[in-house]
Design a binder for this molecule. Structure first.
Ligand SMILES: [Zn+2]
Ligand SMILES: [Zn+2]
Ligand SMILES: [Zn+2]
Length: 280
């Protein structure tokens, strides 16, 4: 039996049985929904899955016709997809422990974020293997013009601009980030507060502050759950989830941090520096 939960713990679930497929999805919708470079999904049969708590905390968003995504409306974590008939798919990052499966390959690889190189040797598919028709995906971010990077949530309610580039970009593997993004790791860029301009949707933003955490919080769109930039006034910077960017930044991650708590199912195959805890 495998167990999972969202970041705040309101929504809990279990899965009985074995998963039969794990893939890394690089589609633009997963990038925005998770706020990450890619999302990792495990699949199995719907019968094995059950929510054990918090079903009243689930908000659904139809990201393309007939495709329902779910998230916890308290903390923003992406939740399992229970709207696939007899099949079941869930973001691997929401589960605890060893999932008993390793990744079979990358899907929608053609649409991957330009700032994220794929460095493992797994097969790369441009679409969903065996899919009858091309799935709905968003084009990869266009190169930025004049140093202004646009960003938005999946439903488009919230949009922002960042100027001036990023001081540093981390792939963070801490448990909080993995649960918050329901992914292998987040990719977050840090920039000065004055570099961020919210264009629309401020009223749509939900700010979840993790009890007991000194700084950790997750800001997300109330309608679609996409993680959005978070202004940290105490530390005087903005944390931008790279998956929400519509334009390509000059560079991607500089390092991997908190690799001491990374997931068992995601091997790091690039040559970026790795830090057990925070960097430097
Ligand atoms: Zn939650
Ligand atoms: Zn996807
Ligand atoms: Zn939204």
């Amino acid at each position: 039996m495998l167990f999972g939960n969202c970041l705040c713990g309101s929504v809990r679930w279990r899965y009985l049985g074995a998963f039969d497929l794990m893939t890394h999805c690089h589609c633009g919708m997963c990038r925005k929904a998770h706020g990450t470079a890619f999302a990792t999904y495990v699949m199995g049969v719907r019968d094995g899955f059950a929510y054990t708590a918090g079903e009243d905390s689930i908000t659904c968003y139809e990201s393309s016709p007939g495709f329902i995504r779910s998230f916890c409306h308290h903390c923003g974590s992406v939740l399992p997809n229970t709207h696939l008939g007899e099949r079941f798919a869930a973001p691997a990052g929401g589960f605890d422990g060893d999932l008993g499966i390793s990744c079979a390959g990358h899907i929608f690889a053609k649409w991957k974020a330009p700032w994220h190189p794929i460095t493992d040797r797994l097969p790369q598919h441009d679409n969903y293997p065996g899919a009858a028709a091309p799935a709905v995906v968003r084009a990869p971010p266009a190169p930025a013009t004049a140093g202004v990077l646009g960003g938005s949530c999946l439903c488009g309610s919230v949009a922002y601009e960042v100027t001036g580039g990023f001081k540093i970009v981390h792939n963070c593997h801490c448990l909080r980030c993995r649960k918050a993004r329901a992914a292998a790791h987040c990719t977050n860029g840090l920039t000065a507060i004055e570099n961020l301009r919210l264009i629309r949707g401020e009223a749509q933003l939900v700010n979840y502050r993790l009890p007991g955490a000194r700084y950790f919080a997750q800001i997300f769109c109330a309608r679609c759950g996409s993680p959005m930039p978070r202004v940290d006034r105490e530390r005087n910077f903005v944390i931008v989830p790279f998956g929400s960017l519509d334009d390509a930044p000059v560079n991607g991650a500089h390092d991997h941090i908190f690799v001491g708590s990374k997931s068992s199912w995601y091997p790091i195959t690039d040559s970026l520096p790795q830090f057990e805890g925070p960097s430097r």
